[in-house]
Design a protein around this ligand. Structure first.
Ligand code: SF4
Length: 417
């Protein structure tokens, strides 16, 4: 393992210290509706008991700010001190409104306003408010949702992601606000690893290195989701890049924690976690072979289990034996049974080769987050689905019970043409 990246220390609430040599912090996100306060509190309880050190909750509307406050108050009244992170998309008003409520706020400042100068001004105001309330923030930019200004200026590459992040990092430095974490997630493991490496290099060059929140977004579920996450996250952790991690799975978020804790233990001596024999052997293989495959140091792996070998090679984008799936983990915005639908899509499309298929939980962020998918299945809500070809919606308002078959028909029709 290379020397750990020397980062600034970030404090989140009264209980979590991140970066500057502290063990890797493990986090996850609720997938309950935020307006369902009791369900979200119950899930937070379970996640905290399973080892989550930070819990993120989506805040899709201004009305949910009050729900978030209730959730926070109830957890604290039960003695659960796990800091909460508000997940904000697009609205600077909601971002400002949650600052007094929770310990950390995740934003993509580029989405604060379509006019870039106005987005910068709003981010400046947001930083002042966070300073006043002594909050931490995460600047979270994802591949596929970089924003028009960034894509037009820098393109849509790992370098562009790092450059885009550096603009906001610089604003934090200028504002003398240092309680900052940065993430550059992607579902493509090569893009993700290169983006973080580039950002780490640029921050080192700048002389101010904020802790990095590392994760593969829309990794999917089951063995594939675990392997995809582990090959990329472990590659970065073995280089000392990554002070907090989230393993995003299209499953119950409790299932993410043993995987994340395995990684935190392996790479930073955080407390160990007991895993089943099979799960541990899969995670170990992904960590052992992720970096050599992603770095093209080896072209194959000496593993007899052909299935595991296929999965490792595909996760590292060295050989594709089945469609490449992108599926968001779901959150309080999810509008249907995501995990069940994703499994149906996988089963119905398994025979297709060389296609990237996305299954996304909501119409607000799903289309933007699908990045380079060839086809997308996106929940609209009210039992309806929109199907995408590349970034274009091609079939709208399809009843959910017909949508998987329509997706298969669409792919088959394109394959025949
Ligand atoms: S795409 Fe999925 S994870 Fe992202 S906001 Fe929508 S439902 Fe939540």
């Amino acid at each position: 393992m290379k020397e750990t990246l020397q980062t600034r220390e970030v404090r989140i609430g009264s209980s979590v210290l991140m970066g500057s040599g502290h063990p890797i912090v493990v986090q996850t996100m609720c997938n309950t509706r935020t307006s369902d306060v009791q369900a979200t509190v119950a899930q937070c309880r379970r996640l905290a008991a399973a080892g989550a050190q930070l819990i993120r909750i989506t805040v899709p509307s201004m009305a949910d700010v009050a729900h978030l406050r209730e959730i926070h108050t109830q957890l604290r009244s039960e003695g659960i001190e796990t800091p909460l992170v508000a997940d904000i998309h697009f609205s600077s008003e909601i971002a400002m409104a949650v600052v007094p409520v929770v310990e950390k706020i995740r934003i993509n400042p580029g989405n604060f306003h379509p006019d870039h100068a106005k987005a910068r001004a709003l981010f400046g105001e947001f930083l002042e408010l966070c300073k006043k309330h002594d909050r931490a923030i995460r600047i979270g930019l994802n591949h596929g949702s970089l924003g028009k200004y960034i894509v037009e200026k820098y393109g849509n590459t790992p370098e562009a992601m790092a450059l885009a992040a550096m603009e906001w990092v610089e604003m934090c430095i200028q504002a003398r606000f240092y309680n900052v974490v940065v993430s550059l997630k992607a579902s493509n493991t090569v893009v993700m690893v290169n983006a973080y490496r580039e950002l780490a290099r640029r921050m080192q060059e700048r002389g101010v290195v904020f802790p990095l929140h590392v994760g593969v977004t829309e990794a999917g579920n089951g063995d594939s989701g675990r392997i995809k996450s582990c090959v990329a996250i472990s590659t970065l952790l073995s280089e000392g890049i990554g002070q907090t991690i989230r393993v995003s799975l299209t499953e119950d978020p409790e299932n993410e924690l043993p995987v994340a804790r395995y990684l935190a233990h392996r790479y930073s001596g955080a407390p160990s976690v007991k895993l089943g024999e099979r799960e541990e052997s899969i995670l170990k293989a992904a960590c052992d072979w992720g970096a050599p495959l992603l770095n093209h140091e080896v072209d194959d792996v000496p593993i007899e289990d052909e299935y595991l070998k296929d999965e490792l090679l595909q996760a590292c984008r060295r050989r594709f034996y089945k469609p490449e799936y992108i599926a968001c983990p779901g959150c309080g915005r999810t509008l249907y049974n995501l995990e069940e639908t994703f499994n149906k899509v996988k089963e119905a499309t398994a025979a297709f080769k060389d296609v990237v298929i996305a299954v996304m939980g909501c119409i607000v962020n799903g289309p933007g987050e699908m990045a380079d998918a060839d086809y997308g299945y996106v929940g609209e809500g009210f039992g309806k689905v929109t199907l995408y070809r590349k970034k274009e919606p091609v079939l709208r308002h399809i009843p959910e019970d017909e949508a998987v078959q329509k997706l298969v028909d669409l792919i088959r029709q394109d394959c025949q043409n």
